[in-house]
Design a protein around this ligand. Structure first.
Ligand code: NAP
Length: 247
């Protein structure tokens, strides 16, 4: 257990994070699955991985709260002694006209999507920096690159993650810690539950690869960035989006 690499994946009870946790466990990592509300899903994933003799733990933490974010990192260290890879994945989206966004909603989106990344990363670095190695992967979004109407708060939080990724990469490079971002396109998860079938069809039509993404598309990118293949990459944004956004 201790000679394996350890990955902490925030928000891995469902969707993209869940797929990342699975893929890393199958790749022989110790995996800490973090959930907040979806306890049943997290337990089900844990059982699935344990039944295959894969190394995984679950921990409940609302990472938008500093104490819970710290507890998540401490739990990971308590279980596996180190964090080799941190994947800041947990996020929420809200759909509202800018003029209708309440102060509470604005702060909720910023707390979950952005401030939590500061909290978890700051704590994890206490343990990663002395090792002089490690990889941090932030899950942003294409909307952080191009902006989404009716999702100004979401877009702003995801754009901020890109700035954070680039700046932190410069600061941590001399310590041999790579910081990169993945900016997914439209990916089939619960986050799309409120998007109509008609809108999904339009999005598909506007995507050169003619399909909506799968959580596994993003998980594979994360596994690559965490691997030796990502050793000379830092401060970069990989956008797995089917060609929907081409810079
Ligand atoms: P999802 O299916 O809604 O899953 C979100 C995950 O985040 C859940 O596991 C949820 O845990 C967790 N989470 C939410 N708030 C949390 C909190 N306060 N503390 C801890 N965990 C929390 O969403 P998804 O589509 O997989 O999204 C994952 C990431 O990809 C997000 O950052 C999202 O912005 C980004 N992304 C998604 C898309 C897309 O089209 N799906 C596109 C671009 C970027 P619980 O259910 O246990 O609370």
């Amino acid at each position: 257990m201790k000679n394996k690499k350890t990955v902490l994946v925030t928000g891995s009870s469902r969707g993209i994070g869940r797929e990342i946790a699975k893929l890393f466990a199958e790749d022989d990592y110790n995996v800490v699955i973090n959930y907040n509300n979806s306890e049943d899903e997290a337990i089900q994933l844990l059982n699935e991985l344990n039944s295959k003799n894969l190394s995984a733990r679950i921990f409940k933490a609302d990472i938008s709260k500093i104490e819970e974010a710290n507890a998540l990192v401490n739990y990971t260290i308590g279980q596996f002694e180190k964090i080799d890879v941190l994947i800041n994945n947990a996020g929420i989206s809200k759909f509202n006209l800018f003029t209708d966004i309440s102060y509470d909603e604005w702060h909720e989106v910023m707390n979950v999507n952005l401030n939590s990344v500061f909290y978890v990363t700051k704590k994890a670095l206490q343990y990663m920096l002395p090792e002089l190695q490690g990889k941090i992967i932030n899950i942003s979004s294409i909307w952080g690159i191009v902006g989404a109407s009716n999702e100004v708060h979401y877009s702003a939080s995801k754009a901020a993650l890109l700035g954070m990724t680039k700046a932190l990469a410069k600061e941590l490079g001399p310590s041999n810690i790579q910081v990169n971002a993945i900016a997914p396109g439209v990916i089939q998860t619960d986050m799309l539950n409120d998007v109509s079938d008609e809108t999904l069809e339009i999005l598909k039509y506007e995507t050169p690869l003619m399909r909506i993404g799968k959580p596994s598309d993003i998980a594979k990118c994360a596994l690559f960035l965490a691997s030796d293949g990502g050793d000379f990459m830092t401060g970069q944004v990989i956008s797995s989006n089917g060609g929907f956004v081409i810079n």
